[in-house]
Ligand binder design. Structure first.
Ligand SMILES: *Cc1c(COP(=O)(O)O)cnc(C)c1O
Length: 422
């Protein structure tokens, strides 16, 4: 698979080069030079998730990896189901939260981890990541125990939930959790500083695992095919994607370009409306994010929008014609969680946003699917008052709470980080 930078169409890379680099050298994002269009989609729909995913990945990456390696990657990364659960006569939830950290980021992070472990060629690698909570959990869990890769998670001490902290700070082994005496912005600044330190990058084989990594997006295309495979009937499918950095929607649009039978996408956001406002007005105005209930979508400058922009060649009218969109306030999100719960489906705030915006955009004769991106128990404190009941903790999370923390404190200081890593 040949990839190009969104900013310079002559800056190419192989998949593995792009995975290791993260960003293109010109600061752009890697996108496929061309996506194949599958002519045998009805046959693909008949396979199970792992078999179909192996086949699709082989068509994309077969020039770089033997089929057996791809099959092993897919089978070891995607060890959990993505069930399509009926919510009412017209709408279903694609539940993407059955992985180890109970959020859809497990799909991308587990695939990326295995690709990076493959590519180490005996040399050690260090994945350095800053987290405000969920990304650290997905990355730590995905890499834990993989040979040849050391993971370092920087997080703001005292500013993540106890459950989130347990998810990345109790692993031990190849996962080092550093509790930074500062804010999330300090953590990001330290990570950025480390990547600007050529000596450190070379010495440690420093790699990023953030959400702009192409491996994460390719893995995410696979569950859109799965959604279509599980949907019964002939009605055109409309898929609502709860969006923050817009990686998930990018993956959906790529899946559609490859032939996944999806009629339309809905870009759903919370009060962070940069993209809906752009689609409404044609003016793209990033701005500071505001905090909401669906906090993984609190993004004021969506990093993957550049990829969607590139897919439509920057044509606002084409984007506005192809997409549907909308946003939802915290009050509406909470009301939707309660309403769905009374009807027998418990959604998390991110899924609830996607459901609400989908409902407003679904037309007669269509079948709607919203992506349920996180397990509702991850938001049990926030949701309990409105629901009037406690959400039980899944056993895997409950067990975590009793595990000892293996974190180390770190001053918010570049030299201190360098000393700790060297
Ligand atoms: C990251 C995240 C999102 C947003 O996904 P993007 O790809 O950044 O648009 C939505 N829901 C949950 C639970 C997330 O963790």
């Amino acid at each position: 698979m040949k990839l190009l930078s969104t900013r310079t169409s002559t800056l190419g890379a192989t998949f593995l080069e792009a995975v290791h680099a993260g960003l293109a050298p010109d600061g752009g994002l890697y996108v496929p030079e061309a996506l194949p269009h599958f002519e045998d989609v009805p046959d693909l729909m008949k396979s199970g998730f792992a078999t179909r995913s192996t086949e699709i990945l082989h068509r994309l990456l077969g020039d770089e990896f033997p089929r057996a390696v791809i099959e092993d990657l897919a089978r070891s990364a995607f060890t959990f189901p993505a069930p399509l659960v009926k919510v009412d006569d017209r709408i279903s939830a694609l539940e993407l939260f059955h992985g180890p950290t109970l959020a859809f980021k497990d799909f991308g992070a587990r695939f990326l981890a295995r690709v990076l472990a493959l590519g180490t060629g005996g040399r050690g690698r260090t994945v350095l990541t800053a987290t405000s909570g969920d990304t650290g959990a997905a990355v730590a869990s995905a890499f834990h125990g993989l040979p040849g890769v050391q993971v370092v998670v920087l997080y703001p001490a005292g500013r993540v939930s106890p459950l989130q902290e347990r998810q990345f700070a109790t692993c031990g082994g190849n996962v080092l959790a550093l509790a930074v005496e500062g804010s999330f912005d300090d953590c990001q600044r330290l990570v950025k500083g480390a990547f600007e330190d050529a000596e450190l990058v070379a010495e440690l084989g420093l790699t990023s695992a953030n959400s702009i990594n192409i491996a994460r997006l390719l893995a995410q295309t696979l569950y859109y095919f799965e959604a279509a495979a599980q949907a019964d009937g002939e009605a055109p499918l409309v898929v609502s994607v709860p969006s923050g950095n817009f990686g998930n929607l990018t993956a959906g649009l790529w899946a559609q370009a490859m032939g996944a039978p999806i009629h339309a996408f809905v870009a759903s956001t919370n009060a962070n409306r940069v993209v809906p406002d752009y689609l409404d007005t044609g003016r793209y105005q990033p701005r500071p994010s505001v905090a909401t209930l669906s906090n993984a979508m609190d993004v004021g400058s969506p990093s993957n929008w550049e990829r969607i922009h590139a897919l439509f060649k920057g044509d606002h009218d084409a984007m506005a014609a192809a997409l549907r969109w909308g946003s939802c306030s915290d009050a509406e999100t909470e009301a939707t969680v309660v309403e769905l719960d009374r009807a027998g489906y418990l959604a998390d705030p991110h899924g609830a946003v996607a459901h609400r915006v989908l409902r407003a955009n679904l037309r007669g004769g269509e079948r709607g699917i919203f992506l349920a991106t996180a397990h509702p128990a991850k938001f049990r404190e926030a949701l309990a008052p409105a629901l009037g009941r406690e959400i039980p903790l899944p056993k895997a999370l409950g067990d975590l709470l009793s595990r000892p923390l293996l974190n180390e404190p770190l001053p918010a200081d570049q030299a201190a980080l360098k000393r700790r890593l060297s």
